[in-house]
Design a protein around this ligand. Structure first.
Ligand SMILES: [Ca+2]
Ligand SMILES: [Ca+2]
Length: 438
């Protein structure tokens, strides 16, 4: 992360409290500090606060103060080295500042997770500190610093407001649809949809995505692209639809690059897929790939959180929390999306069977031709051991993706098996090679 200038956008968040003697005005007192309440002549000190304005680096001026890294509202990849760097552009020529840096888990700034005192500037006026704590990913932390500058007859103290630091598990994006090595349905022609898991599920920072679609793995033959696609914060992925025509049976390659609060991260990918006619895709008659599991709330009591337990043939077992095996509890209001091994065709009567365990739960089931919809509701049911759904109820002739949504109130108690407990999702009519979409 680079050196940072206090830009105007960020200035308003930073408050510096200064205690000083009147004669200390030059050169440390800052032109941009306004509304300072100073002490009386020769008095023992005073306080004041204001926004700091200024810049640093090549544009440093007489009222520049500090450059910081990481900058406010930036992202940090948690498996890389975290280091705080503060550069004082003014005082190092004549004073010996003592700095403290604190990290907090919330913006109340009450109890620091870690802090350090007594840091001093090097010959360039730079203070560097690497904390020892490990920051969790997909969170936001806050940090600030304070400093005391002392000369023979002057003392100045300052303390900044907090700077937000977002943590990412990695900057690498997970392709939701088409999944890497997956397929795209030729029947979606004119509306091929690409989706990646959100880099960070927070509406705080501004996150956008660049998409590029190529015909070749070397990514020289561009088919279509979209830039600065805003993150969709109402779910856990962000998608883009191309109107480009894709050729049946052909392979394609795509990549995505996120930009976090104006800072571009690395490209992820390339991911590849093959265009297929989903009406002709056969495979095992059950869910065989878990696409995504979306939850309304954080329910930390959930014990059965392995999405893959909803795949394959039904196998759930056990009678108590310690014995339970073989299912996923999706929590109240939660949604699970799976890819079926075989395309499910609309036969006579019901076509999809959802196996549910533990207790009877209220669910709605949807059919889709892509991992991210559009979704066609097949209706809602109280589901005990299993419950069946008809593709015809959704007006669709086939489906490759199934979404199960828990319909119980999201205020339901958070517990070990909250929400529908999905053991398996199977097709009722076996796919035969002579079958085609109606
Ligand atoms: Ca049917
Ligand atoms: Ca299972």
């Amino acid at each position: 992360m680079g050196v940072f200038a206090f830009s105007q956008k960020i200035n308003s968040k930073i408050v510096v409290n200064v205690v000083f003697r009147k004669q200390f005005f030059f050169p440390l007192v800052l032109v941009a500090l306004v509304a300072i309440v100073s002490c009386g002549g020769g008095g023992g000190g005073g306080t004041g606060s204001s926004s700091v304005s200024g810049t640093c680096g090549d544009n440093a001026t007489s009222f520049s103060i500090f450059c910081i890294s990481p900058v406010d509202n930036s992202a940090f990849v948690t498996d890389s080295l975290l280091q705080f760097v503060i550069t004082n552009l003014e005082s190092h020529s004549y004073t010996d500042g003592k700095y403290s840096i604190s990290i907090f888990a919330d913006n109340l700034l009450s109890e620091p997770l870690e802090e350090v005192d007594g840091l001093t500037e090097d010959e360039n006026g730079t203070v560097t500190w690497a904390p020892t704590i490990t920051l969790g990913s997909d969170k936001v932390y806050y940090w600030r610093f304070s400093a005391v500058f002392t000369t023979s007859n002057n003392k100045q103290e300052l303390e900044t407001g907090s700077f937000a630091l977002y943590t990412l598990g990695s900057g690498t994006l997970n392709p939701i649809g088409p999944r890497n090595s997956g397929h795209m349905d030729i029947n979606l022609s004119g509306a091929f949809r690409f989706a990646v898991a959100n880099l960070l599920n927070s509406s705080g920072p501004t996150i956008t995505y660049d998409f590029e679609l190529y015909r070749d793995p070397d990514m020289t033959d561009l088919v279509d692209s979209a830039y600065d696609v805003p993150q969709v914060n109402s779910g856990i992925h962000t998608s883009w639809i191309t109107s480009a025509e894709l050729a049946q049976e052909s392979f394609y390659y795509w990549r995505v690059k996120p930009t976090f609060n104006g800072t571009p991260l690395e490209w992820s990918g390339p991911f590849y897929f093959q265009v297929k006619n989903y009406c002709e895709l056969s495979g095992p008659p059950y869910a065989y790939y878990a696409i995504e599991w979306w939850r309304v709330r954080e329910c930390n009591e959930l014990l059965f959180t392995n999405m893959d337990e909803a795949l394959g043939r039904p196998n759930a077992s056990g009678l108590t929390n310690s014995e339970y095996r073989g299912f996923l509890s999706i929590d109240f209001g939660g949604e699970l999306v799976v890819e079926m091994g075989s395309t499910v065709l609309n036969g006579s009567g019901n076509d999809i069977r959802v196996y549910e365990y533990v207790s009877t739960e209220f669910i709605e089931v949807f059919a889709g031709m892509s991992e991210t919809g559009p979704w066609y509701s097949l209706g809602s049911k109280w589901c005990g051991e299993y419950c069946d759904f008809d593709l015809g109820a959704g007006g669709v002739s086939y489906a490759k993706y199934i979404k199960v949504k828990d319909l119980w109130h999201i205020t339901g108690s958070c517990h070990a098996s909250a929400g529908a407990d999905i053991d398996a999702i199977t097709e009722i009519h076996p796919f035969s090679s002579s079958d085609m979409c109606g």
